[in-house]
Design a protein around this ligand. Sequence first.
Ligand SMILES: [Cu+2]
Length: 137
Amino acid sequence: MWRLLRTIALGMGIGALAAAPAAAQATHVVRLIADARKDDYRFEPASLTVRPNDVIVFRVVSGAPHSVVFEGEGLSPGVRGAINSAMPGRSGDLSSPLLTAVGKEYRMVVPQVPAGKYAFYCLPHRAYDMRGSITID
Ligand SMILES: [Cu+2]
């Protein structure tokens, strides 16, 4: 009897999941570009709009090494922790590891944080103003 009830409950749970509106998980690619001859240092696109659980792929296209470091100013401890948790293999607070080769990719899943704009920069090219932002819907 209990097993039957549990089976029914599980079935209902799955049904409820299937009925929920499909929260599509989008993947966004951000290219990391640096060309000293052209004085060109940028994230491309430099700004993008994302949703929690979307995937962002930072892809090194030229001019390695690069990194992705979120601006910490004004972040609450909770938000800071959520962003840190979303960044695999961090090299420090809010910092990706150094992306040392062309073709290297760094993936992160957008954390559940309040809607708003979150700025980041590339540490090796910070002096060249290589920066970008995500706006979380
Ligand atoms: Cu860079």
